[in-house]
Design a protein around this ligand. Structure first.
Ligand SMILES: Cc1cc2nc3c(=O)[nH]c(=O)nc-3n(C[C@H](O)[C@H](O)[C@H](O)COP(=O)(O)OP(=O)(O)OC[C@H]3O[C@@H](n4cnc5c(N)ncnc54)[C@H](O)[C@@H]3O)c2cc1C
Length: 490
């Protein structure tokens, strides 16, 4: 017997799964009908730069979520519109006892949820929100002075000491509210978003997420530290980021499994260090969530004031060459083509292309941030803004000034050119000695390898050493000004 015929609405947002879903788990304990709701939030969709293929990825995750809910006796109810309007209508129609959801720390989501809470109060609907997207919430940590952490090393040490919840598991049964029908799942076509990415780097859905994690955890995770920096290595890193973005697997599950693996006596010291390094990366994810929560203005503004005073050149033709992978620097071009083709880019490559855009092309980091978010399956505000500001040296933890040399990075992290050849068919036939800087070949060598620089593959659009020097000069000038402003007596 159900305790009440009045339902609880469980609002799915960026947590498209039934396993270890905090809000769903708690709602399922209440023994009342559940309405499993997803809102295609038109305001948010209009504002997001995402490519249509990212929406199709989400649609496939929603499809799978619906199938899993049906196996548990329920279904996904999709609605289109502004969340307040959709919820107001459902509050009137269903007279729910409560609205449950997992907390989201982005500025737009926080404002939206505050509005929804106000609405729920008017309808006498209880609102319960849960920690789910992170292991430690931003307000659970502070420095001794009571301030937010802005240096990752300090944050990490404090974060490791925080207690972290164990996964909840899958509810056994999810009683449904009879008589409800769903609107269609929002695909790119339905949302009128054009699709430019031909294929996804990872499979959508929580089945794929769990399979991927299990395989990675049992095989490659113990070699993570040695392999994670090599973009040609498909199993060098977990590729779970799109799944963490859409919540098709929970952070609690990944963290608990990784911690259990560290304690596995069959691991040797280097293998254990690899698993620890992986946990450090999970902490970076949380760090940037916290930074965004404490400093929401960083979506638009550089954390370091000099970043917004820099004389950015913002040359459109440079930006287009960067976006399209036509800069003449093979590692940059290969990485951008990987992004444009699959919606994913390896972390090392992300650092190199971001450094190149800002420090070689002298283009505002915000242009790159937005382009990344339009193409990445894992593109999310906290990680993307945080990493772009880190790469531009304008973020919370800006020192030392890092300027990646795209040729040295290429030689070091793709020594035999496997990654470059995968994404740059025009360089296919070049041997490793020439592939990182093909323009250095003599005309005779070019002829020998069947490649005409400037015709088949572009010459470098800028001179790295010269652009680096100019960036450093401007940077020194601006940061000196900042420091002298700070030390001036008031
Ligand atoms: C310019 C730039 C932009 C980025 N934009 C995003 C973004 O929009 N979304 C995103 O999830 N990551 C972003 N990253 C971080 C990182 O590149 C990706 O998380 C990582 O490449 C995803 O691959 P993976 O799942 O195999 O990572 P793994 O190496 O397997 O790491 C495991 C998980 O840890 C987290 N993680 C790892 N590194 C970072 C990091 N530096 N910052 C935050 N979280 C991290 C991710 O959730 C990742 O899935 C960006 C990095 C740079 C340099």
């Amino acid at each position: 017997m159900l305790r009440s015929s009045r339902p609880i609405i469980v609002w799915f947002r960026r947590d498209l799964r039934v396993d270890d879903h905090a809000a769903l788990w708690h709602a399922a304990q209440e023994n009342v009908p559940l309405v499993c709701l997803f809102i295609a939030d038109q305001d948010l969709i209009a504002e997001l730069p995402s490519d249509g293929s990212v929406f199709n990825f989400q649609a496939a995750c929603l499809q799978e979520l619906d199938a899993r809910l049906r196996l548990l006796g329920n279904q996904l109810i999709v609605r289109y519109g502004r969340p307040e309007h959709v919820l107001e209508q459902l509050f009137r129609q269903l007279r729910p006892i409560a609205l449950y959801y997992n907390r989201d720390y982005e500025p737009y989501a926080r404002e939206r949820d505050a509005r929804v809470e106000g609405l729920a109060r008017r309808f006498d609907v209880e609102v319960r929100s849960f920690k789910d997207h992170v292991l430690v919430e931003p307000w659970e940590m502070a420095t001794k002075a009571g301030a937010p952490y802005t240096v990752f090393g300090h944050f990490y040490r404090a974060w490791t000491r925080q207690s972290k919840a164990l996964p909840y598991g899958v509810p056994k049964y999810l009683p449904a509210m009879p008589g409800l029908t769903s609107e269609p799942i929002p695909t790119a076509e339905r949302l009128r978003k054009s699709v430019t990415i031909p294929r996804w780097a990872v499979e959508p859905g929580s089945g794929a997420a769990h399979a991927r994690w299990k395989h990675f955890r049992d095989t490659a995770l113990r070699h993570y530290k040695q392999r994670r920096d090599f973009p040609a290595h498909d199993e060098g890193s977990s590729r779970l980021s799109p799944h963490l973005r859409f919540g098709t697997i929970s952070i609690r599950r990944i963290y608990a499994d990784a911690v259990a693996l560290i304690e596995d006596p069959s691991l040797d010291v280097t293998e254990r260090i690899s698993v620890e390094q992986f946990i450090v990366e999970l902490a970076w994810r949380e760090f940037f969530q916290h930074v965004l929560w404490h400093f929401p203005q960083t979506v638009q503004q550089s954390f370091q004031a000099w970043g917004d005073a820099f004389p950015w050149e913002n040359r459109e033709e440079y930006f287009h060459a960067w976006c399209e992978g036509r800069t003449g620097y093979p590692l940059v071009d290969a990485a951008m083509r990987e992004l444009n083709t699959t919606g994913y880019m390896h972390n090392r490559a992300r650092m190199v292309v971001a450094s190149f855009l800002v420090k070689d092309l002298h283009i505002d980091w915000r242009w790159g941030e937005r382009y990344f978010r339009s193409k990445l399956l894992d593109g999310e505000l906290a990680a993307n803004v945080g990493n772009w500001q880190w790469s531009a040296s304008v973020g919370v933890d800006p020192r030392p000034l890092r300027i990646f040399n795209p040729i040295l990075q290429s030689r070091r992290y793709d020594p035999d050119g496997t990654y470059l050849r995968r994404w740059l068919p025009e360089l296919q036939r070049l041997p490793a000695e020439h592939i990182h800087d093909p323009w250095s070949m003599s005309p005779l060598e070019q002829e020998h390898h069947g490649l005409r620089i400037g015709v088949d593959y572009p010459r470098p659009i800028v001179n790295h050493m010269e652009r680096k020097r100019r960036f450093e000069e401007a940077y020194r000038q601006l940061t000196r000004n900042e420091r002298s402003k700070m030390s001036r007596p008031r």
